[in-house]
Structures are given as C-alpha cells and as structure tokens.
Design a protein around this ligand. Structure first.
Ligand code: FAD
Length: 325
C-alpha cells in the first residue's frame, strides 16, 4: 500500500495555503474536482466565464497581504472598485465605501491557480473515508485507491469533513460550525442596474432584501468582457428553495430583477451551493484550526469567519501545526 507523510484533503484556499508551507516531498494533496480553487469558482458559458462562488475578497492580516501582493504583481489578482449599492426597504440605494476589494484576474479562480503554481495536485480524487490504522491513518478514495498517512489535514467544507471522518468524534463540530446553502444565478443583461435616482451599480449587498444577498455586474471587474450579472440568494431564501429545480430558481431571480430594476435579463444558469458559507461566521475555532486526534486536523473557512482570508490563515496555521508535530 502507498504511504505519504502528510495527506491534505482539498485544494481550495485552505489546502493550498497549507501545502505552500510544506515540502512537496512530504505531502500529497487530493482534490475531488478537476482543478484547484474550491469555492473561488468560475463557470464557462458562451465561451466566457463568470464567477459563481466568492465575488471578491478583502485583506486585513499582513500574512494574507503578502500573498495577495505577490498575486497582484504576477497578474493573477487585481483590485476591484465597484460603485456599491445596498437595499433599504427592498429598494436599491447607493452605499459608497472605501473598502479595498480584490478579485482574481481574469476570474476568481486565478487566485487558486496562483496559489497552486508549485503544488502538484492529485485532481479528480475524492477521499471517501479516513480510518485509524494503528499509529497511521488509512485513506480510501472512491476510485478504491487506498493509502496510509502519518498525518492528515482535512479542508473540505464541514459537512463533507464529517462524512469523511465517521470513525472519529466530529459530530459536535459539525453541528457547531454548520453551513448554509446559496443559490447562485448567472444572467445576461443589456442595460445597467440603476437605482431610483438614476445612479448605476456595479455591485449591491442584500441589505434588508429577502432574496438578494449579493449582486455583481461581471464586466465591472477588471478582465471580464461578458454582459453577465451574478446573483447570490440569501441563506434563508436558498434554504427555503433548496430542492427546487434550477430552471425554477432562474425564473424567480429573473422576475425579481425585472421588478426591482426594470431590466430584461436572460438566465444562463443557476447553481446550488449546498455548503456555501457558515451559518454563524462569528463562531470560530482558535486560529481557524481544530485537532481531532493526534496528527489529524481539520481546517477551513468555516472555522475562521467564512471568508477567503480566513481560509488562507487557517491553512497557514495548519501547516505550522503539522511542522511542529
Ligand atoms: C456563493 C459564495 C459566495 C461567497 N462570497 C465570498 C465573498 O464575497 N468574499 C469572501 O471572502 N468569501 C466568500 N465566499 C467564501 C469563500 O469562497 C470561502 O471562504 C473560501 O473559498 C473557502 O476555501 P476553503 O479552502 O476553506 O474551502 P473550499 O474552497 O470549499 O475548498 C475545499 C476543497 O475540498 C474539496 N473536497 C471536498 N470534499 C472532498 C473529498 N471528499 N475529497 C477530495 N476533495 C474534496 C473541494 O472540491 C474543494 O476544492 C463565498 C462562498 C460562496 C460559496
């Protein structure tokens, strides 16, 4: 049976940040999808792509700033300065601010590509279960590949982590750090999104709107040429419509946009994120990491405030713990 010193599950921001601090000789990183980036996702439609996961990220910690500065210098990340709006009494109003916002260039998952430049990922490899095996861990993949590891770091979203670690005591962790779903719809639009005073918006926070959680106009982000807008629905609305058909979701979003902005849109796709953001991002684990048992850690945004920066810092901390063991 094959053996690795460190097995990392997931090549999202958390897994990539952890791997970036370890020697490639010592770890293997398993990713169930075709490439890196996780929820920094973009989807190809009509020969162009749209960001369907995180729409932007912010930077507060100097360690993340260093990584973002390098990504900006290498052309993988750039600043985004949208005309911001929000909803009050369900109506769009301007809400300018001075927050520095960053986006991947030309798409959000460019940050994933940047972080994975020196990392060899075993893609399309879904880890089904992890079992104790004496002092080691035994990983079983859905492909039936089996390997052992001295040490394991699981960075999958919390529900997927719980499913993988059924042989360990993680149920409570799963309920404490629960995650909410998000329905995301991409639509094409020919006209700008305007408020009642005629101001046009590049992006809007949901404010008190029952359906809209965030709206982004793709071509306001550097590098995007499409006429797409991306709409994230609120966790409450997404939960209520969790099992709805994507076509039905697209229609509901299209109608809501038409009513709010008097624009004609054409829905391109609706994507359901079953595990999008933590229900309560204020619940965090110390330094965004949790040790399940000796040499077995879980890390990820859900332990660290639910954002890209939290994920990155959680991954760095995981690497520190692995190196110090
Ligand atoms: C709709 C939406 C909007 C968001 N908006 C923002 C925002 O505006 N700003 C912000 O900062 N953040 C935002 N986020 C959150 C941000 O995307 C996440 O915080 C961050 O990307 C999480 O990174 P991660 O590595 O912890 O998890 P993930 O990105 O989920 O990475 C985990 C990886 O593990 C893989 N995996 C899962 N199970 C297995 C398995 N069994 N075997 C192998 N691999 C597996 C997955 O495929 C995935 O690639 C948003 C997220 C969503 C979904």
């Amino acid at each position: 049976m094959k053996h690795t010193e460190v097995a990392i599950i997931g090549a999202g921001v958390t897994g990539l940040a952890a791997a970036s601090r370890l020697s490639p000789r010592n770890y293997r990183i398993f990713e169930k999808s075709r490439g890196p980036g996780g929820r920094l996702a973009s989807k190809r439609m009509d020969a162009v792509r749209a960001d369907i996961g995180a729409q932007f990220f912010t930077v507060r910690d100097h360690r993340f700033q260093v990584a973002v500065d390098s990504a900006v210098a290498a052309g993988f990340v750039t600043q985004w300065q949208p005309n911001m709006g929000t909803f009050r009494d369900h109506q769009p109003i301007a809400s300018p601010d001075h927050q520095a916002r960053f986006v991947g260039h030309p798409y959000m998952n460019s940050l994933g590509r940047f972080l994975s430049q020196d990392i060899e990922i075993q893609a399309e490899s879904r880890v089904q279960t992890i079992e104790p095996d004496g002092d080691l861990f035994r990983l079983i993949l859905t492909s039936q590949e089996t390997l052992t590891a001295d040490c394991v770091l699981v960075t999958a979203p919390v529900d997927q982590m719980v499913a993988m670690l059924q042989h360990f005591d993680v149920e409570q962790l799963g309920s404490r750090f629960a995650m909410d779903p998000t329905w995301t719809t991409v639509l094409s639009v020919e006209e700008p999104l305007r408020g009642s005073a005629g101001e046009s918006f590049d992006a809007l926070f949901g404010g008190d709107h029952p359906l809209f959680d965030f709206i982004a106009v793709e071509n306001s982000k550097p590098g995007r040429q499409s006429n797409f807008i991306v709409v994230h629905a609120t966790p409450e609305w997404s939960t209520q419509h969790l099992e709805s058909d994507p076509a039905e979701i697209s229609e509901l979003i299209r109608e809501a946009l038409s009513e709010t902005f008097q624009v004609t849109t054409k829905a391109k796709l609706s994507h359901r994120w079953r595990y999008a953001r933590p229900t309560n991002p204020k619940f965090t684990a110390q330094k965004g990491i949790y040790q399940v048992s000796p040499n077995l850690w879980v890390a990820g945004d859900y332990l660290a405030g639910g954002r890209v920066e939290g994920a990155y810092l959680s991954g760095l901390e995981a690497a520190e713990r692995i190196l110090a063991r």
